[in-house]
Design a protein. Sequence first.
Lengths: 354, 194
Amino acid sequence: MKDFVKKLFQASDLQHEIMPAVISSRIRLARNLSDSKFVKYACRGDLRAVADRCEKALLSYPSLKNSDVINMSDLQEYERMALVERHLCSQEFIVDTNEARLLLADDRLISVMINEEDHLRAQVFQSDLNFRGMFDKINGIDDHLSKNLDIAFDAKYGFLTSCPTNVGTGMRASVMLHLPALVITKQMNNLILAVQKLGFVVRGLFGEGSEAQGNLFQISNQQTLGLSEVDILSRLTQIIKSIIDYEMNAREIVKKERMVWLCDFMGRALGILRGCYLMTSEDAINGISLMMLASDLGYLPNALRNDLAQILMKIQSSHIQVLANKLLSDSERDIKRAEIVRDFFATVPNLRFH
Amino acid sequence: MDKCQFCGKPATVHMTQIVNNKTTVVRMCNECATKHGLFSKEELPFAMLSSLGEALFAGIRQNLSTQGLICSKCGCTPMSFKETGRLGCPNCYRDLKLLIDGIVDSSQKGAFHKGKKPKSQTTVEVEKILEKEGLSDSPANGNTSRRRRKNSPRSKLEELGENLSNAIKNERYEEAAKLRDEIRKLKKSEGEES
Ligand SMILES: [Zn+2]
Ligand SMILES: [Zn+2]
């Protein structure tokens, strides 16, 4: 089991094309079989039959034939949590692991949850904003599924889902953004409200609302019915592009008007990352976020951005336990985390403000 | 404008009733509503009555309309939806329509699906036939048949094949099925001739 789990995490490292403020994007489609009860109402036997049919249909798609299919109940709690930390499955998915199976494509850029709250929830990931390419990819899978399975669909309501808030396209598209300058200049609450009015939601990636750690936010569509997939994706793209512009402007202003303060802030953070022996995940996330900003601004090598995004994964609690291959206490984790962070930042050059 | 079910005058009161699990809307004028005991016998000024009636019946309708609903396939009710936040099966969208429409109305952009449709079994079937008849759009077949078309007059079969793929592309499945049968017939007769 150890090697298997390790393999899962090694292969799934997203290679980031460096695009300031954008960490990654994702499209998810929810689908159900028309002749079975939805997951929350189905008995174990039904769920097993559904899972078998879905698995077979998925593995018969050429680009998924080398995928791993994991029975979630075979994993340790912290191993399941680590998959959530990677966004390969949802928090809800690991609460009830009854016949819950996770398909991971060999490049780890596609995952399919079988028996989450819907029979099928397929996700595709990417590190930039190429929704067109992502949609083509997931649409191909979806077409294949509907050729091989009887998918629940209604002319008025579209794809039928266990919760009416997902009905219609069954599609949720989201982008993870790194917005330190908007947080520093206290613009997030305004942004959250403005985006909400457009039918989209902003969530902190770690922690809630504008108090999000690491200045990391996820923006996604709230509405799934009454809009086509293309409508949703082009609206989201527009919103994301204007948020990025907004963030870039804020970065320029902070640089121009608070340069000494910014240097001090970043310099101290790097000092802590290099010298720590006990580190909470909150401190680590916030520190790494500042180093990501430094790299975007050219104070650290730009190429470091990918490594920083990876370190951000590795310092999360369950990842540390997967690495140690055992359950750890809070303070044991803080020690291990400090080790990872210290080792990494020892190799990072000094900040160069120009 | 709706008419009163009892006397035919314009209806001002709409009430949803559920009898034997079936939802029906009763439409009445104020007079008949009063006669049937829905309002007090004392006469109220018309304007007041109608606004009061509207407010009252909007509330009643909302509560009444989802009461007693149950999915015939899985037994899900508005109550169980309220508890779990999840529906029981695809058929719930039919049997609990009133509940669904309320939720959709308050949370979604529109009431009708505008996105993609599943690549249905019909399409798949027709595609398979196209392939078998050597008329599919796949590059292997497409190139040769297109080249042939340039040099020789189009055969009836090719024309039908093209119509068939157009019908499928535009999701006119009934037409596609007819064309498919025609192609089969033609192929059969050609086979018999040679
Ligand atoms: Zn009347
Ligand atoms: Zn049902």
